[in-house]
Design a protein around this ligand. Structure first.
Ligand code: URA
Length: 195
């Protein structure tokens, strides 16, 4: 079975089995989306209004900004895989609760196992703190983290500010754009370390 088929089966299984309480209030699940053979996997926080309507991650304003930044490094949405730590929209876009993150965690880890990307990029502190609970996004953004986790083949992580937070904050926006431009060099560095 190829990776695409495996991902499709995975999402079908978790849409049935996920026990996240947000399932009761969300329109539908928003599974990860994109290339099953991507080198880069982006992880966001949780779906917003537009994502909840369409069942696809990052299709609203933050997603458009993300697409603009991807194009500055010659990447398209089809080249990457993008998902969220929580697969259902929290009411009024509130922060996901710890139990909602836990309920969706295995779904995320299963996606990771199939994609097995060279680099995981965290979009915002929620995604980063899911793996690195002690880090502050204001210090960690734009810096490559190298840490092996049990059962995960990927050990390279790059935290970035969340595009939704940076959209309306001029200085955060500038930092995010600069951090984004580091991605090609970071990928080369990973390739060198792994060869
Ligand atoms: N913000 C997120 O974290 N995820 C989405 O899918 C959309 C906006």
């Amino acid at each position: 079975m190829d990776k695409e088929q495996k991902l499709e089966n995975l999402h079908k299984k978790w849409i049935q089995e996920c026990e996240c309480d947000l399932k009761k209030v969300a329109t539908q699940a928003v599974p990860g989306f994109g290339s099953a053979t991507a080198q880069i996997m982006f992880i966001g926080e949780a779906p917003g209004k537009k994502e909840d309507e369409l069942g696809r991650p990052f299709v609203g304003a933050a997603g458009k900004f993300l697409d603009e930044m991807l194009s500055t490094i010659n990447l398209k949405r089809d080249d990457i895989y993008i998902t969220n730590i929580v697969k259902y929209r929290p009411p009024n876009n509130r922060d996901p609760l710890p139990e909602e993150k836990s309920a969706c965690r295995q779904w995320l880890l299963d996606e990771l196992k199939i994609i097995s990307p060279a680099l995981i990029i965290f979009l915002g502190r929620h995604a980063m703190n899911n793996f690195f609970p002690d880090l502050q996004i204001s210090n960690a953004h734009g810096k490559l983290l190298i840490k092996p986790f049990k059962g995960m083949s990927t050990k390279y992580f790059l935290p970035l500010y969340h595009p939704a937070a940076a959209l309306y904050d001029g200085s955060m926006r500038e930092i995010l754009i600069l951090d984004f431009k580091k991605i090609p060099k970071i990928l080369k560095e990973i390739e060198k370390r792994e060869s």
